[in-house]
Design a protein around this ligand. Sequence first.
Ligand code: 5GP
Ligand code: ZN
Length: 114
Amino acid sequence: MADCIFCSIVAGDIPAEVVREDEHTVAFRDLDPQAPTHVLVIPRRHVPDVGSLALEAPEEVAPLVAAVRAVAEQEGVADAGYRSVFNTGAQAHQTVFHAHVHVLGGRAMTWPPG
Ligand code: 5GP
Ligand code: ZN
């Protein structure tokens, strides 16, 4: 989709530190990391949020979740524990309206989140 920064990363038009990719997903390091490991896992398909992905292409949801797990293992944070976050909508601090999962690890997390 035009004017979508994550579509531009999928297309290779904007550089990103890609750590994993497959048929359905691309994973790259967040520009402003909030933990020692902070990777964004996104569907190649442009949808505004994960709920829309479930409605438009339910067969792509499992690959997205599997990619999160694969990234956590690859980053070495799977055993200690990591957080997977979907911010959905403005009040939840979603700023990029192309579905993405934050994968955060490498430090202790607090709960509840702020
Ligand atoms: P949100 O706030 O929408 O849940 O998360 C969007 C994330 O995308 C933010 O953590 C932000 O740092 C990251 N981000 C925004 N623009 C870029 C970019 O051009 N490259 C990368 N690697 N991350 C980005
Ligand atoms: Zn997009």
